[in-house]
Design a protein around this ligand. Structure first.
Ligand code: ATP
Ligand code: MG
Length: 298
């Protein structure tokens, strides 16, 4: 599968410009992580890709066909978890999945398909429980299960790991990574470890612009030399005020800070950046880009 997004722009009815000028091409197999602060435009981009919204200008094509006018074709190949998905509280998990499968037009192998996604999302014990009796994380897993129905070629997951406990999060990461072997999987998240662990491509969005599009390792490389640690005495905290602090640990003499900045002070010991440091560096005003500098803009 191939997806081409060209000069995509989206302004909501009230005048809120959510995406400025997005250009992305995607090809299977790949697992893409979408990172960006609240309101960056991640969900808007995903909704446009699944034809839940209509863009103001630009185009999206899937396997050479324009999305507009071919929504049925695309939807037959799509699994989507929206950030604010609704579930039918009075149905059991199994009934809900049967209903979703019928909407997706899955007729053949319905039973096997449903037990496959129930097993994959670790919901076997709860399959006959009503949705209203589920915990937050279990509901989230039902949302993921419906997205997996029919083994779609394109899987778009808006914050799929929200509310999952650490063990489940690791399991789901592995499941997404496994799924991505023959698919395009796009997931948005605020959890940098999710991206670090499984994504082979990272797209960072801020204020409707793409700030970075590449391998997570490339973003880390861009922050090399811009991350340091230093120990600061209690009464001299102002020396690190102009830097972004990504961690702080109490020590006997004061505090040890991990700082990120374009130019670090001589007393900081330069260390290897983590993906989180690199993200903070990118987002900081003095980083590689700032909000007025978008890549992919023409
Ligand atoms: N239905 C809507 N009507 C008007 N403006 C909207 C609507 N939905 C989103 N927006 C605006 O569009 C911008 C992008 O929102 P979007 O939901 O895409 O962000 P996001 O990156 O998914 O954020 P989050 O991390 O909080 O989920 C925001 O400024 C938001 O206020
Ligand atoms: Mg969102």
């Amino acid at each position: 599968m191939k997806i081409e997004i060209k000069d995509l722009q989206m302004t909501y009815k009230g005048g809120q410009e959510a995406l400025k000028n997005i250009n992305i091409s995607l090809k299977s197999p790949s697992l893409i992580g979408l990172l960006g602060p609240n309101g960056a435009g991640k969900s808007t981009l995903m909704k446009l890709m699944v034809a839940r919204l209509l863009q103001t200008s630009g185009s999206i094509s899937v396997d050479g066909q324009k999305l507009l006018g071919n929504e049925k074709y695309i939807k037959s190949k799509l699994g989507y978890l929206s950030q604010d998905f609704g579930l039918y509280d009075e149905l059991t998990i199994k009934q809900f999945l049967e209903y979703m499968a019928s909407l997706k037009g899955i007729g053949r192998n319905l039973k096997e398909e449903i037990s496959k996604v129930i097993n994959a999302t670790n919901l076997s014990e709860k399959k006959n429980a009503k949705i209203r009796t589920l915990s937050g994380g279990q509901r989230q897993r039902v949302g993921i299960a419906q997205a997996l129905l029919g083994n779609p070629e394109l899987l778009i997951l808006d914050e799929p790991t929200v509310g999952l406990d650490p063990e489940e999060r690791v399991k789901f990461r592995n499941l997404f990574s496994e799924s991505a072997k023959d698919k395009i999987v796009i997931l948005s998240t605020h959890i940098i470890e999710d991206v670090q662990a499984i994504c082979n491509r990272l797209i960072v969005i801020n204020r409707g612009c793409i700030l970075f599009d590449g391998k997570p390792q490339e973003l880390i490389r861009m922050a090399e030399g811009h991350v340091g640690v230093c120990e600061v005495e209690k009464d001299k905290k102002d020396v690190i005020e102009k830097f972004k602090v990504t961690s702080r640990v109490f020590t006997t003499r004061g505090m040890q800070y991990r700082i990120v900045g374009k130019e670090l002070p001589g007393y900081a010991e330069i260390v290897e950046p983590s993906l989180e440091d690199a993200y903070v560096f990118l987002m900081s005003k003095e980083g590689i880009h700032n909000e007025s500098v978008c890549i992919n803009n023409k």
